[in-house]
Design a protein around this ligand. Structure first.
Ligand code: ZN
Length: 310
C-alpha cells in the first residue's frame, strides 16, 4: 500500500471565457491568482491557478480557459463536485454573497454531518463550500471576503461513478481509508496528510457517462512531498498494472498521470518546488510566466491570449 499521498494537490478544470473565470475565482470566491501561465501542451491557452496566499498544495484550483468551448455534460466517470473548506458558521455569509453575485445553483444541505452550500461556477461547474475546522490553514485576505469566512483550501472532492468499488479499492491502495457511508455516498479519508483529505464516492447507476467540456474537471491531482516519494508512488502503481506517464516537469511541481477504472484522470504532483520559484510571493500570479521552451514565442503568445482585466 502507498503511504506517500498527502491529500489533494490541485484540481484542474476547463472553462470557456478567461475573464469570467478570473473574475469568479478572484472576485466572487476571493481566492488569490497565484500563477498566470499557459497550458504547457497548448500555449495558446492560459493556465490560471487560484489558491491561498502561496498556492499551498491542497488549495489550488486551476483552469484552462479555452474561449468558445461548449459546456460539458454532467454524468458518471468524473469528479462530480469540487469542495472548498470554509470556517464554521460562515455559510450564511456565503449564501448572501453568492446570491448578490448572481451565482446559480445555490443549495444548502448536509453530508456526513457537515453543513454545505452547493453552487455553480461560470460554466456550470459543480462546487460546494463545506464548513470545516481550519486545521492550521488560513485564507487569502487580499480580496474583499472577511478573514472569518475566507476559503481555507479544498475540503475534498466527490466522484460520480457507476462502479464505486474499483475506484474505492484504488483509493485504499493509495493510502485512503474507507470511512462511513451515507446513502449513495462513501467517504474515504487519508490520515496524516494535508487538510484536503477526503474523497466521497457517489455510486450512480443508470446515468450516462459524462462528456467533458467547459465546467468539467479535467483531472484531479494528489500531493506527495517530493520527487523521491513520487517515484515510489509511480513504481507501486505500475506494479499494480496502472499505465502511468513518465514524470513530467510542470515548472511548479512534477507530475505523473494515470486513468482510473471509473474513468477519472488522476495526477500525482509534488509539493516541491512550489509557485514562488519564479516570482516574489508579493507579486504571485501577476506576470505571464512561460516555460523556458516557449520564451522565444512570447510576443506571439501574448498576442493570442485574451488580456485579463486584472
Ligand atoms: Zn494537474
Amino acid at each position: 500500500m502507498i503511504k506517500d499521498i498527502k491529500g489533494l494537490h490541485h484540481v484542474t478544470s476547463m472553462a470557456a471565457d478567461a475573464n469570467d473565470n478570473n473574475q469568479f475565482f478572484t472576485g466572487t470566491l476571493g481566492l488569490r491568482r497565484v500563477k498566470k501561465t499557459v497550458n504547457f501542451d497548448a500555449p495558446e491557452v492560459y493556465h490560471l491557478y487560484y489558491g491561498d496566499e502561496v498556492g499551498t498544495p491542497g488549495s489550488v484550483m486551476t483552469y484552462f480557459p479555452f474561449g468558445r468551448m461548449p459546456r460539458g455534460k454532467r454524468g458518471v466517470g468524473e469528479v462530480g463536485v469540487t469542495e472548498f473548506a470554509v470556517p464554521k458558521g460562515s455559510l450564511a455569509y456565503w449564501k448572501d454573497r453568492l446570491a448578490k453575485h448572481d451565482v446559480q445553483g445555490l443549495d444548502e444541505g448536509t453530508a456526513f454531518g457537515e453543513a454545505r452550500l452547493s453552487f455553480e461556477g461560470p460554466d456550470g461547474d459543480a462546487f460546494a463550500l463545506v464548513e470545516s475546522e481550519p486545521q492550521g490553514r488560513s485564507p487569502w485576505t487580499g480580496a474583499d471576503v472577511p478573514e472569518e469566512a475566507g476559503i481555507l483550501g479544498f475540503h475534498g472532492a466527490r466522484f460520480a461513478l457507476r462502479d464505486a468499488a474499483a475506484t474505492g479499492e484504488l483509493l485504499t491502495y493509495m493510502g485512503y481509508q474507507k470511512a462511513e457511508s451515507e446513502g449513495a455516498l462513501t467517504r474515504y479519508i487519508v490520515e496524516g496528510g494535508n487538510a484536503a483529505n477526503t474523497i466521497d464516492i457517489e455510486a450512480v447507476s443508470g446515468a450516462p457517462m459524462a462528456n467533458q467540456g467547459a465546467g468539467s474537471v479535467h483531472h484531479i491531482a494528489f500531493a506527495v512531498e517530493d520527487r523521491a516519494a513520487q517515484l515510489k508512488v509511480r513504481e507501486a502503481l505500475t506494479e499494480t498494472g496502472y499505465q502511468v506517464t513518465p514524470v513530467i516537469d510542470r515548472d511548479y511541481f512534477w507530475a505523473i498521470y494515470f486513468r482510473t477504472p471509473g474513468g477519472i484522470l488522476f495526477e500525482v504532483a509534488t509539493n516541491e518546488p512550489g509557485f514562488d520559484r519564479d516570482e516574489d510571493t508579493a507579486h504571485l500570479g501577476e506576470a505571464l510566466k512561460l516555460p523556458t521552451r516557449y520564451e522565444q514565442n512570447r510576443a506571439q503568445i501574448e498576442k493570442i491570449l485574451p488580456p485579463l482585466a486584472f
